[in-house]
Write a protein that binds this ligand. Structure first.
Ligand code: 23J
Ligand code: MN
Length: 263
């Protein structure tokens, strides 16, 4: 089958609904949960603001438009390699220089939502993932891997989403060894439904923030605050996760879209 035939079939299935486009982004606005760094770091990402320019009024009689005030790492978003010091030297590690061929890829959806509900500090390990692979099939080079925690159920409640107390944030994420394992497999990137790609307690890991540190050291991508992963199969969907082409950008909000075969 030629690639033209495949795309033609894809077009037909998209039109008929045989392939469903699932929205894996949350709403981006003033209520969107934002990262709060530990107090020893100086600056947080600023509040998201949507400013009206005009709405069919004296400032623009026939048109409505807004301008945005927001950090790159806001809401459902993409981490480019240049985001972390370990990835700073990749010429193709910025939002405007990365290889877009890598942004559209099969996605492995690892459902550990029950474990995350039982323990907000749940850490996904190599043993969890090798067991998952034995059941669902191998994770391959060139694929996305995302942890389904169903954390998007907290998206309308920032305190619940961040789940922080006097010991810091408590949200699930990967172990350093798991990230190393996935990098060795050749994945394009790792995604989470929480505020960042790392666990809430990842500042105390070795290395600190291993998803950030190791993924970006190896020119891989991160995805955060993904939504609706419960609508995706473990394997068989294709994820499109494309950042804005921000000049020298370290990340960007995304409209993450999954192409899912209808059951
Ligand atoms: C800046 C500093 C630390 C972290 C982060 C950003 C993120 O999680 C992010 O959005 O990339 S941990
Ligand atoms: Mn980020």
């Amino acid at each position: 089958m030629t690639s033209a035939n495949v795309l033609g079939q894809l077009a037909g299935l998209l039109a008929s609904g045989g392939i469903e486009v699932v929205d894996c982004s949350g709403v981006l606005g003033p209520e969107t949960p934002l990262l709060k760094l530990p107090p020893d770091f100086a600056k947080d990402t600023p509040p998201i603001r949507i400013h009206r320019i005009s709405e069919y009024d004296q400032d623009g009689p026939f048109w409505a438009w807004n301008w945005l005030e927001l950090g790159e790492h806001s809401g459902t978003h993409f981490d480019a390699p240049h985001h972390w010091i370990t990835g700073k030297d990749y010429p193709d590690g910025y939002t405007d220089t990365l290889d877009v061929q890598r942004l559209v890829a099969p996605v492995n959806v690892l459902d550990f939502s029950a474990e995350c509900a039982a323990d907000p500090d749940f850490l996904l390990t190599v043993d969890h993932v090798t067991a998952w692979e034995a059941e669902h099939g191998a994770i391959n080079a060139g694929e996305w891997v995302v942890l389904r925690s169903d954390w998007d159920k907290f998206t309308n409640d920032e305190a619940a989403f961040l789940n922080a107390n006097e010991t810091g944030p408590h949200t699930p994420g990967p172990t350093p060894e798991l990230i190393q394992y996935l990098i060795a497999k050749g994945i394009v990137g790792w995604g989470s439904q929480c505020i960042g790609t790392d666990a809430g307690q990842a500042g105390g890991m070795n290395p600190p923030y291993p998803a950030h540190n190791l993924l970006h050291a190896n020119n891989r991508f991160g995805l955060a605050s993904l939504a609706n992963l419960s609508k995706l199969p473990p394997k068989g969907a294709i994820l499109v996760a494309a950042p804005l082409k921000i000049k020298n950008g370290t990340g960007s909000p995304i409209r993450a879209l999954a192409l899912v075969p209808k059951a």
